[in-house]
Design a protein around this ligand. Structure first.
Ligand code: C5P
Length: 297
């Protein structure tokens, strides 16, 4: 018997970053929106823990116990007092090291798949706790939809979404490391007074109304200057999407994927075509949200 779980990517429609904490993490007000680009994690009983991966970026995915899917299986098995004797196969469609929570998606997907296979009796709360131990964005990958994440981003409040938001995503030539982007944020803001991160009422209202113009006007990403500092070529990608008619252009999370909010599906196709023709990115995808969280299929 095997179980397959489908898990969405995310885009941050607001990412407010506070000062570095004593533990090195940053307090965030992180407004997540799940979008319809998916990884699928399939778990099958096996002699011992093994991870395989397929997809365009599969070569960049670690297959050892640093993989978040492997860590999720190990964490759940340990809690249940059993061996994590499974083969985890990841069909990867979310860009790797792209700022779209691809690794987090695999962690949440493996966790739900293993729980479905093993039936350890873990509650939703317990699964969310394991997710939070795995990484700041992993709980959101489990719940999907839209949510405000505070603390490291792991303490979630679900948000209302009043309509479909259409996006275009441009994948960059290379990845960016999330810790490196946060370190660059620290360097760029050194000596400055950094306010407490708080969710923007304008962002939450725009989501609730399903209003893309209002969301475009309100969306912000405090990590964007750091991502652009480490990857200056992204400026040209952002400009290409804006001049093609995107309502707004943002770095997605810690980047380097860039995200373009557009008014409707037709506009998404136009902006995607213009970005492809611009030569400023590796590939381009269209997706809309909110998308559901990790789901067994
Ligand atoms: O939690 P996660 O493993 O995804 O975080 C990866 C890295 O990103 C952390 O080690 C830290 O450097 C940085 N980070 C941070 N503040 C957060 C989330 C992540 O500094 N709230």
């Amino acid at each position: 018997m095997s179980v397959t779980v489908r898990v969405p990517a995310k885009v941050n429609v607001q990412l407010a970053v506070g000062a570095a904490r004593p533990d090195g993490f940053h307090d965030l007000a992180n407004v997540f929106l799940a979008v319809g680009l998916y990884d699928e994690v399939t778990v099958t009983p096996a002699e011992e823990l093994r991870v395989t991966c397929e997809g365009p970026d599969a070569g960049q995915v670690p297959l050892d116990e640093t993989n978040l899917a492997a860590r999720a299986a190990i964490a759940l098995a340990r809690r249940a007092g059993i061996e994590p004797a499974v083969h985890l196969h990841i069909a990867k469609d979310i860009p790797v090291a792209g700022g779209m929570a691809g690794g987090s998606a695999d962690g949440a997907g493996a966790l739900l798949a293993c729980e479905t296979l093993w039936n350890t009796g873990a509650t939703r709360e317990e699964l969310l706790d394991i997710c939070a131990e795995l990484g700041s964005d992993v709980p959101f990958s489990l719940v999907g939809g839209a949510a405000l994440g505070v603390g490291r981003g792991e303490r979630l409040t679900p948000l209302e979404v009043g309509g479909t938001f259409h996006w275009v995503f441009a994948m960059a030539e290379r990845g960016l490391s999330t810790p490196a982007v946060f370190r660059e944020f620290d360097r760029l803001t050194a000596g400055r007074d950094i306010p407490e991160p708080t969710a923007s009422d304008d962002v939450l209202d725009a989501l609730a109304k399903g209003d893309p113009d209002a969301l475009a006007a309100a969306a912000t990403n405090d990590l964007q200057p750091a991502a652009l500092s480490l990857y200056p070529d992204l400026t040209a990608t952002l400009a290409a999407g804006r001049s093609a008619g995107a309502l707004t252009a943002l770095v997605s999370g810690s980047g380097p994927t860039t995200a373009f909010l557009v008014r409707d599906a037709a506009s998404a196709d136009e902006v995607a075509e213009a970005l492809r023709a611009s030569g400023t990115c590796r590939s381009v995808r269209v997706a809309s949200g909110a998308a559901p969280g990790a789901t067994a299929i």
